[in-house]
Design a protein around this ligand. Structure first.
Ligand SMILES: [Zn+2]
Length: 457
C-alpha cells in the first residue's frame, strides 16, 4: 500500500465539521485516503513511502468547479468580441464544437483539466457538452481529475445549433451514458442525467431525466434562468417561472443541481430550500452581462440554507478557470451590490468552493474537506510569495489576496497531479502548442472569424 505524508504544513484549513484550522500539522495518506491529520509533533513517528515538505505551505481541500464545459472552448479562447449578442455567441459555440474531431476534443479537454488542476481544482462537472465522451474521458483519466460527465439532451427546436433528438431517443441516451460510464476510473468518474436547458427540453424529457437519475442513484444537472430573457421566454412558453414549474412537475430534489439560477424569484428560493435542490453559481460567466449583481439572490439562498456551490462555465464564457478568483467574486459582488460588507464572508466563499461543492454533487462523504477517511484531494499553496505576506488569517488571504498562481502541489485521489507547479502527466509546452494548432485549424475549417478593434500588423 503506497503511503504519502505531508510533513509540517504551516497551516491546514480543514473545512471539517468544526472548521478547524491547524498550525504546524501533518497529513498521513495511505493508498488514496487521508488516514490522519494532526499536529506535526503527534505524527512525527509515522513514516511514509514519500514525504512532501509542508514548510511555508497552506493545505486546503481540493476545489470544486461544478459547472465547467471542458471540451471545446480552449481551442478558440478569446475569439468572441464582447458586443456579440448572447444567443449569437452560443450558436457559434455549438457550431465550432460540432466541427471538432474526437482527437481535437481529447487535447482541448486535456488542456482544460490541466488548467483546472494547476489552479487547485480537483473535481469538475462537465454539463454534458463533451461531444465524443470517450475522448473527454481519456483526458480525465490521464490528468487524474475527479469528474462528473453526461450527454446534453435536448428534444425541442433551439436557436443554439444543439442537436434535437426525439424524446424517446434522448431518454435512451441519458440512461445509456449512466450505465456505461458511472463509477468508472476507480469510482473517480460519475455519470449524470444532463438535460441541457428547460427552455429546450419537454416536460416529458425533464421528468424522465429525474426518474432515470433516481433509479441509478446519480444526479441531474441543467442550465436554468441564466438571465432575464431566459426566464421570460420560459414563463411565456409554459405559464410559470422555471424553478416553480420544475417543482410542480416533481423534477427538483437533493440530487438536482441547477446552474446559473440568476433570474429567480423569492418564492423560488423557498422552493429550492424546501426541496434541498442544489445550486451552482458561476460568477465569472454571470458578470459578463447576465446580471449577476442586479438579479443574483445568492446571499438570500445561503441565508435560507440552500446549498450554493461555484462554477466558472466554459473558457469562452468565463475566460479564466481559477476557482480562487471565483470564490473572490462570490465574496465581493454582493457586498458591493447591496452595500453590505456582511454578505458572503470569505469563510462562506471557501465553503462554496469546497464542502458545498461536494454536497452539491453528493460527494461530501468522500471528499470536500480534510478529514480521516476521505479521499486525499488536496491543494498545497506556496506562501513564500508577495501576495501571501503578511499572513495571519489564511482564509482572508486565500480568498482576497491569493489566486491560483501560488498553487504548488495538487493531489487527487491520493495521486500527485501537480508538483512544483507543473503537471505530472503531460508535457505542458507540447500540449499548449497542440491546442493552438487545433484552434487555428478549427477556425480555418469553419470560416469563423471576427474583426477586432485594434489592428494587428
Ligand atoms: Zn454551461
Amino acid at each position: 500500500m503506497a503511503s504519502l505524508k505531508i510533513e509540517n504544513a504551516s497551516w491546514i484549513i480543514t473545512v471539517d465539521p468544526k472548521r478547524r484550522i491547524l498550525r504546524n500539522a501533518s497529513i498521513l495518506i495511505e493508498d488514496r485516503e487521508i488516514k490522519q491529520v494532526d499536529k506535526t509533533e503527534k505524527l512525527k513517528n509515522q513514516k511514509a513511502d514519500k514525504t512532501i515538505d509542508g514548510t511555508h505551505r497552506i493545505v486546503t481541500p481540493g476545489f470544486f468547479n461544478n459547472h465547467m464545459h471542458i471540451s471545446y472552448a480552449h481551442a478558440v479562447r478569446g475569439i468572441f468580441p464582447d458586443d456579440l449578442p448572447h444567443q449569437t455567441y452560443l450558436s457559434y459555440v455549438f457550431k465550432l464544437q460540432s466541427a471538432m474531431t474526437p482527437e481535437e476534443e481529447y487535447y482541448t479537454s486535456l488542456l482544460a483539466t490541466t488548467e483546472l488542476l494547476k489552479n487547485g481544482c480537483t473535481t469538475i462537472v462537465d454539463p454534458g457538452t463533451i461531444k465524443d465522451l470517450d475522448s473527454g474521458i481519456k483526458a480525465i483519466e490521464q490528468s487524474g481529475i475527479r469528474a462528473i460527465i453526461g450527454k446534453e439532451a435536448t428534444d425541442m427546436v433551439n436557436p443554439l445549433n444543439i442537436h434535437v433528438a426525439d424524446t424517446k431517443q434522448a431518454k435512451q441516451e441519458i440512461e445509456e451514458v449512466i450505465r456505461r460510464y458511472d463509477k468508472k476510473l476507480n469510482g473517480r468518474l460519475r455519470a449524470w442525467a444532463m438535460p441541457f436547458h428547460p427552455n429546450y427540453c419537454s416536460d416529458e424529457l425533464l421528468s424522465a431525466a429525474k426518474e432515470i437519475a433516481d433509479k441509478h442513484g446519480v444526479g441531474v444537472t441543467t442550465h436554468i434562468a441564466g438571465n432575464e430573457e431566459q426566464t421570460k421566454s420560459f414563463t411565456a412558453q409554459r405559464g410559470n417561472k422555471p424553478i416553480t414549474h420544475l417543482s410542480e412537475k416533481g423534477i427538483l430534489g437533493p440530487n438536482v443541481l441547477l446552474a446559473h439560477a440568476l433570474a429567480v424569484s423569492d418564492e423560488e428560493i423557498d422552493i429550492l430550500a424546501k426541496t434541498d435542490t442544489k445550486i451552482v453559481h458561476c460568477p465569472p460567466a454571470a458578470v459578463r452581462g447576465s446580471g449577476a449583481t442586479k438579479l443574483g439572490k445568492f446571499p438570500e439562498m445561503v441565508a435560507k440554507g440552500v446549498c450554493v456551490s461555484l462554477g466558472n462555465d466554459a473558457a469562452n464564457s468565463a475566460y479564466y478557470l481559477d476557482l480562487i478568483r471565483t470564490m473572490y467574486l462570490a465574496a465581493v459582488l454582493y457586498k458591493d451590490a447591496r452595500q453590505d460588507r456582511r454578505l458572503i464572508p470569505p469563510e462562506t466563499a471557501l465553503e462554496m468552493g469546497t464542502i458545498n461543492g461536494a454536497k452539491a454533487l453528493g460527494l461530501d462523504g468522500i471528499t470536500g474537506s480534510i478529514e480521516p477517511g476521505k479521499k486525499a484531494d488536496l491543494v498545497l499553496f506556496n506562501t513564500r510569495r508577495p501576495e501571501w505576506r503578511s499572513l495571519f488569517n489564511p482564509v482572508n488571504s486565500l480568498i482576497y489576496a491569493a489566486d491560483g498562481r501560488s498553487v504548488d502541489t495538487v493531489l487527487v485521489d491520493g495521486k500527485i497531479a501537480v508538483e512544483s507547479q507543473r503537471a505530472t502527466y503531460v508535457s505542458e509546452d507540447e500540449l499548449y502548442d497542440k491546442v493552438q494548432q487545433i484552434g487555428e485549424d478549427l477556425l480555418r475549417r469553419t470560416g469563423v472569424s471576427f474583426k477586432y478593434p485594434w489592428p494587428v500588423e
